[in-house]
Structure formats: structure tokens, C-alpha cells
Design a protein around this ligand. Sequence first.
Ligand code: WTA
Length: 651
Amino acid sequence: MIEHMDEIYPPSPEFVAQAKVDAKKYEEWYAASVADPEAFWGEHGKRLDWIKPYTKVKNTTFAYPDVSIKWFEDGVLNAAANCIDRHLEKRGDQTAIIWEPDDPNAEARHITYRELHEEVCKFANVLKGLGIGKGDRVVIYLPMIPEAAYAMLACARIGAIHSVVFAGFSPEALGSRIDDCGAKLVITADEAPRGGRITPLKANADEARKHHGDHVKCLVVERTGADVPMVEGQDFSYSKLRAEASAECPPEPMGAEDPLFILYTSGSTGKPKGVLHTTGGYLVYASMTHEYTFDYHDGDIFWCTADVGWVTGHSYIVYGPLANGATTLMFEGVPTYPDAGRFWAVIDKHKVNQFYTAPTAIRALMGKGLEYVEPYDLSSLKVLGTVGEPINPEAWIWYHKHIGKERCPIVDTWWQTETGGHMITPLPGAIPTKPGSATKPFFGVQPVVLDPQTGEEITSIEAEGVLCIKDSWPGQMRTVFGDHKRFVETYFSQYKGYYFSGDGCRRDADGYYWITGRVDDVLNVSGHRMGTAEIESALVAHPKVAEAAVVGFPHPVKGQGIYCYVTLMAGEEYTDELREELRQWVRKEIGPIATPDYIQWAPGLPKTRSGKIMRRILRKIAENDFSNLGDTSTLADPSVVEELIQNRMNR
Ligand code: WTA
């Protein structure tokens, strides 16, 4: 047993007394949500404003291969109107977005709901002026600036489908996403300051569009004011068009099942998939989880440190909080700039009440020492959250003691790009926490643990296996954009009748869930999700590389690190210079987050006689654990294993 894992931390009586959901209410609502999902979600769907109310609530089946998911299907609404217009009367002068820039000495901005309305309407009119309408795809490649939220909401307002691409991705990665969704427009900025450094976003966008001719236009937001080349008729300055745009733009009535956004995410095979979310169910789910998981109360200041390029930023910086009329903080920078106290300084400065970040950030900051925490007043905090990867109990305890001052419940939220919102998480006033456990399902979510071999449900309370979900919830993705078959095959073919998460888990004697990590070839590096297949295909795209196999290994700060085995073309020399060149190559092909930690030269890879690479063995070697390599007798050439062990990098 790892230290602290068997400890239980109940919320304080004072916290419970003010919480929206206590233990009794959780039990009641949860039971109702699974006993009669129609009635439960029919009621909670009313948290949104509908232009035409729904009469049908749930119409879903996980039956392979006829998977189909529809929620509130005959309802009509607009997501942007729900996030802005409906709040104007009561809270037009309340801050909707607090923007904290990268440079701590530059001025923070407070954007009220009324200002947000004006900005989003103008942005929407600019989009219309560029010929964008309902159903068109728009790629957003922006820094963490308010315009990123305006752009998303402007798309939602006119019924265009946004696809946000993380600004840390390379031109190649951006280009393939523009291609895949058939975007008409890319919205970017001149440059992105981050951590005191500058990324040339417009130049990247130009590079990405090289092969697209002039049919993909580019709208450029001024962030630094740098002089960037603009091509007449193809590139447009946002500030110029905004100056002429009207501040009136009626929201487009959208069907609940009309697409809201596409977000690319990595799977175990092939190119990243365009996860498609629709309007009604997604917004009900994002807003409801935001309210209850964080115990958000009117007037609270909520800060999620994710980037809007990831689903966490979609659901918990933009859509969830704004649908709830919250004040959401948007941070342009990084946790360690100008020093490792930045997060705590921002919490103090803006009096943040709920703080939501990734375990990798906590581990990194924990390593810098308490002198970066101590100068700041963190007494405004009420709830702390984590997301993206399992949190090790040591980091959990540090977070609890030094940030939450043993006062704030920690919500360890397990979910995915595909799920739209939290799936397994404590509700802070209802569920005592255990360090490292995501605890219990959210309302309406029915997790099951399956035996990976037989695919049978393990019905005993204590169980270990693969994590699947038994029935649909409103925030679930509806399809892979342009490839419904891939959606059905990826999530519903392996274990028939269930949604397969790709994660392993353990359920303890109290019915608490502990996520044990991916069971497929997906890595989780600093909370960023990456497919080993993507890194492998970047490596083999190099002219000197013949073959590559990529696996993860446990990394003290990043959670997982990237370990690559590379075989060169015959006659190529295995040198340290080439090793460094390949690291830079992957960085350029995908982005800095995919930079390999280790590249091991592998003149031979362990393969079965049928030519399949035995990754299990490669994983063990990368983990520095070769006491138990399992059966190697089926290998075509068992001697390569010994050679790989001798030359391992991760000692
Ligand atoms: C992992 C991020 C353990 C998991 C919202 C999942 C977690 C993948 C947790 C999805 C958690 C996310 N504990 N593991 N609390 N949250 N994961 O799509 O492996 O970027 O499948 O969504 O992150 O990553 P994604």
C-alpha cells in the first residue's frame, strides 16, 4: 500500500453546511438518475434556456454496430445565448471573464457580461462578413486571450462549428486538422507570448496553409502588434473588421443535436480523431458538472488553468462557467513564469475561490519548494480540483496541506475529451476523498469494471479491470467527424454494449474508483494526451529512419515520459547528433509537448514471427524493469531483447 492511499478525508461540517449537494442528496439524485434517466435529465435539461423546449429527452443505443446517441433531440437553443444573453438582465455588469496576461506587470482585464455580449456579436458579424455560416468549420489557433473565448462563442452564435487547435501545436499538426475538418477559416494571432517567450502563430498558420491555396482564409487578431505579412484577399485584420462590425447579432436557433464543436484528440492508432460534440446535451452536462463538482456559488471566482486548446478549457473555462453566469479566469501564461509562485500569486491577486489544475503542474511546483507558496494569501480558496492524469498521493497531500491548508476538499475529476464533462469525481460536500481516487460517478454515469479477457462485468464490489460505461449521458461525443465507423469501432466494438474508455481501473471495498491509466497505446505526458502511433509516424517520416516503436515510462513530474526505439535505414550511422536531430524533428512535426525523452538506437526490435512488435517487452525495458519480461519464446529473434537491455537509456 502506497502511503496515504488508505486515508479518508471528509469535508468539514462547515463546508457541508453550505454545499449544494451533501451525502444524502447525492445518494438520492444518483439513484434517481440511473433509475429513470429520462425523468432526471428531462428535469435538469431545464437549466438551459430553450428557444423551443424539448419533448424527447433520451434516444440512445450502444448496440454494436448501430450506435446512436441523441439527447433533447427536438429542442432548439443557442449555446452563446445561454452563455451570455440570458445573463444580461441580472448580471450585465458582473465580470464574466478575468484575463490575466503572461506578463505579471501588464494589466489584467475584467470583461463584464455586457462587454462579452458586444464583443461576441461583433466577432460573429466579422465571421459572417467573411462568408461563414451555419455548419461551416472554423479553426481557432489562438493564445489564451479573451478573443479565444469570443471566437468560440461567435461561432456558436451563428451556428459555425469551431475546432480549437492548441497554440503549442506545430504547423504540420495544424495543417492536418484544417484538412481533416475542411475548415473555411483559421483564426489566429500575430504572435503568442507565453512564459516570456514568443510563438509566431501567424507564421505557423501560413506554413500550415501552404498546401491549401487561397480557399482557407485567415483572420488575424493583434496580440503583440508585431508586423506580420498579410496577403490581400486572404488574410484579414481582426481589429480593422471589428471597428466596422455591428454589435447586434441575433443568435441562430440550433437543434440540440446540431454540432457545436470538433476537438482533435489522440487515439491508439492512426491520426488524431475529430471528436464531435453537439449543442444541447453538451451544454447541459458541462454546466451541471461545473456547478456541482466545484460547488460553484453565485459570485465565486473560478479558475481552470487549462488551455482552451483542450477539452478542459472548452468545458471549464468557457462553456460550463459562462452557462452558469460565473466569473471565469483565463490565464495566458505558465505556472513557472516569472517564477514558481505565479499560480499562487494569481489566486491571491484575484481572490480565486475554486482552482482546477493538472497533477503534473502540482508535482512541478511542489519540487520548487514552499518559499514560492508562503508569500501569498490563499484564504479565498474553497475547492481544489485536478484533472488529466492520476494524481499520486504525495502530490495530493502537498496540494491539500500547502494550497488548501487542510480546509479545501480536492476533487480528482476523471473524464475525457469524449465525455464532454466529469464522469467520476467526488462532489466536494458529499463524498469523503481518498488521495489518488476519483471516487464516485457523477449523476447519470454508470461505470462498470470489465474483465479484459472475457469482457464480462465484474459484479463484486472490489474489482480490477477495464473501465467502461453502461449507458449514455448527455455530454457524450456523438461521432468522429467525417468517420462514424471509426467512432463505433473505437469505442463500442471491443466490449459490446458498453462505451470503452481506454482506461484501466480498480474499485475498492467502498465502491471508490481508482484510475490506473490507459490500457491502450495512448500516452499521458504532462496531462497531454498523445498517441504512440503519432510519434512513431513522425519518426519514420524522417528519411534516415526505417522503423520506430514508442512507449511510455513513469516520469516523476510529467506522469509519463516518451521513450522511442529507432531502427535506421541500412547504411545510416547511429550517432548522438542524429539522436538530437530526431528529437528536434518530432518537436517540429507535432509540437514541443511531443519531444522524446529518450531515443534508444535499436538495430533490431522484438517481433513475433508474424512481424508484430512486442510492445510489452519494450515497455518493461523503458521502465527499467526487466526482471519479468514474460514469455519471449514466440519472438522471431530472442537475442534482440538482451541487446536492447544492454543499451537501455533509462537507467
Ligand atoms: C486521463 C482530459 C486519472 C485518462 C479531461 C483519460 C485521468 C485521459 C484523469 C483523457 C483523472 C483524465 N485520473 N486519469 N482524474 N482525468 N485522465 O481526453 O487516461 O485529454 O482517458 O481529457 O486522461 O484525456 P483527455
